[in-house]
Design a protein around this ligand. Structure first.
Ligand SMILES: Nc1ncnc2c1ncn2[C@@H]1O[C@H](COP(=O)(O)OP(=O)(O)OP(=O)(O)O)[C@@H](O)[C@H]1O
Ligand SMILES: [Mg+2]
Length: 255
């Protein structure tokens, strides 16, 4: 079966630094696919290549059989790939609902301006966007908080709000860059259940995360990067026992 997303020999260099060196991987539809590795290994760079923020020096990104390597980011979103960022990127002084509506902008004719100012003119479109944003908030358990300012949410809820914003773009593939970072155990547990729920909605997930129990409990498949090279790929059980992975990464994480 063809993969939902395929990276074929991706190489990207910044000046003298090769951030990714001939990385190939497959993301299977309906699965939770994780990407792990030490700091600076190239995980976020892979997300930036997939979403069109970086153009690789060499190689191809194939999504649903289509070469998207040189597509613009907004087109890639419209094709069905949405993401969150490693650092929280919210409009802190906007409401929770408005932050999610911004995620709908790529799919709306009224655009970002209309989503924020309600001057879109097309009332029906505005209602549809609000309804879609509300559904996204329900999925992340924030339906009752739409009118609060983003900055007033506790940290764990701010991270979930970012996921709601990504979901509002109706993705087939959702990229989550360290969603559990800085969360307490309770918040991590809630997040884990949420990610499983999103997968059950037939949204494929690609996860970058340093919390190994989070990754190993959730993932169907794990790829491992080290210094821009893919050193392993397999099930969580296979990855845990892989000597190269233990040496490069897991040895330190388990201690
Ligand atoms: N725009 C850029 N310009 C120059 N170097 C970059 C750029 N983006 C990434 N890099 C470099 O590429 C390498 C990989 O960075 P990346 O952010 O992908 O790592 P990461 O695996 O996400 O690490 P972390 O776990 O710390 O988030 C690093 O050496 C980084 O400094
Ligand atoms: Mg990163």
């Amino acid at each position: 079966m063809p993969a939902l997303l395929e990276l074929d020999n991706i190489t990207i260099s910044f000046g003298g630094l090769t951030a990714l060196n001939r990385v190939s991987l497959r993301v299977e539809e309906g699965k939770i696919n994780s990407l792990i590795g030490p700091n600076g290994a190239g995980k976020s760079t892979i997300f930036n290549v997939i979403t069109g923020i970086y153009r690789p020096t060499d190689g191809r990104v194939i999504f649903q059989g289509k070469d998207i390597t040189r597509e613009k980011p907004y087109l890639i979103t419209a094709l069905g790939i949405a993401r969150t960022f490693q650092n929280i990127r919210l409009f802190k002084n906007l409401t929770v609902l408005d932050n999610v509506k911004i995620g709908c902008h790529s799919c709306s004719r009224a655009g970002l301006f209309g989503a924020i100012t309600r001057l879109g003119g097309v009332k029906r479109e505005e209602r549809e966007i609000t309804a879609r944003a509300q559904r996204a908030l329900e999925i992340v358990g924030l339906a009752s908080k739409g009118d609060e300012l983003a900055k007033n949410l506790p940290y764990g809820e701010q991270r979930r709000l970012e996921i709601a914003r990504a979901l509002a773009a109706s993705p087939r593939l959702l990229l989550l860059d360290e969603p559990a970072a800085g969360m307490n155990p309770q918040e991590k547990q809630t997040l884990m259940e949420m990610v499983q729920h999103i997968r059950e909605m037939n949204i494929t997930i690609m996860l970058v995360e340093h919390d190994m129990s989070f990754v190993m409990n959730l993932s169907d498949h794990v790829d491992v990067l080290n210094y821009g090279e893919k050193i392993a790929g397999g099930t969580p059980a296979e990855i845990r026992q892989n000597p190269r992975v233990i040496e490069a990464y897991l040895g330190n994480e388990i201690e």
